[in-house]
Design a protein around this ligand. Structure first.
Ligand code: SF4
Ligand code: SF4
Ligand code: SF4
Length: 272
């Protein structure tokens, strides 16, 4: 039973978040929302432990579709970065601000970039593309993320400064158009660089939060160097080019790990 400790811990952590927000915000939605996400994540880890081939994808589709279709399209909640700025400027700790605090800012200190591996609806689509293992060296164009980050901030700040009316409607359309744009750019880059995760590596504005926070992440893949035979398989299959054999927090592309465990699955010595 010991091997099922991790899914149990994840479930309990999310239930704590669910119950705390339900009581403090007096809103039953938070109980449903975070319980659903916790169950989806725990199920994915459980399936992974049972060596199910598509364990991660199950969680990714359960959470990603829920957030994109139910929260985004049906409930009109802009959970993209523009929605985060919007709620931040209105001074409301609701929807997107809570989502960002849990999944993309403070939660990263515990779960690392688990969001990117198990929940993101952009990557949910990109992971269907054929280039799961990057075949080209990384490009030095990661600076683009700061531009997309600044553009998203200035767009929402501009709406507030210009006192534009109907911002909620604009936010809904920004969510729709923004997502279509992300998918178009993400798919285009994946084919151009033969790398499904090129969008994550170079363009995604959320990585401006994710990368520095994940440096300190509690949950991380480490290597038992006494077992490792330096075959290099782990680095070869890593979609994010992480040198996982180096246990230092400063290892190559350390803040890029999405906890997909492809490295561990492919290690011939169970060293990860
Ligand atoms: S880097 Fe951005 S697009 Fe990629 S999985 Fe993470 S949040 Fe999603
Ligand atoms: S796959 Fe395993 S044995 Fe090979 S280099 Fe990586 S950790 Fe070491
Ligand atoms: S393959 Fe390993 S090191 Fe690379 S992103 Fe996945 S879990 Fe992290």
């Amino acid at each position: 039973m010991k091997k099922y400790l991790l899914p149990a811990i994840m479930l309990i952590l999310f239930e704590i978040i669910a119950v705390t927000l339900w009581i403090t915000k007096d809103n039953l939605f938070y109980l449903f929302n975070f319980s659903y996400i916790g169950i989806s994540i725990a199920l994915g880890i459980f399936l992974f432990i049972r060596k199910h081939k598509n364990a991660r994808r199950v969680t990714q589709l359960l959470v990603g579709l829920y957030m994109l279709v139910y929260l985004g399209l049906i409930c009109n909640e802009n959970m993209q970065i523009e929605g985060f700025w919007y709620y931040l400027f209105t001074g409301v700790f609701e929807a997107a601000t809570i989502h960002y605090a849990v999944a993309k800012i403070f939660g990263v200190l515990i779960f690392g970039r688990g969001w990117c591996g198990y929940a993101c609806w952009t990557a949910m689509v990109l992971d269907f593309l054929p280039y799961k293992i990057p075949s080209q060296p990384r490009k030095k164009i990661g600076w683009i993320r700061y531009i997309t980050f600044a553009v998203s901030f200035l767009f929402v700040a501009g709406l507030f400064l210009a006192r534009v009316g109907n911002i909620e409607i604009i936010m809904f359309w920004a969510f729709l158009i923004g997502n279509l744009l992300y998918y178009a750019v993400g798919i285009g880059l994946a084919f151009l660089f033969k790398d499904n995760r090129a969008f994550c590596k170079y363009i995604c504005p959320i990585t401006v939060f994710l990368k520095p926070m994940s440096y300190f992440s509690l949950l991380r893949v480490t290597c038992d160097t006494s077992k490792c035979i330096s075959c290099g398989k782990c680095k070869k299959v890593c979609p994010m080019n992480v040198d996982v054999t180096d246990n230092s927090r400063k290892r190559e592309n350390a803040t890029e790990c999405i906890l997909c465990f492809e490295c561990a699955k492919n290690c011939p010595k169970d060293a990860l």
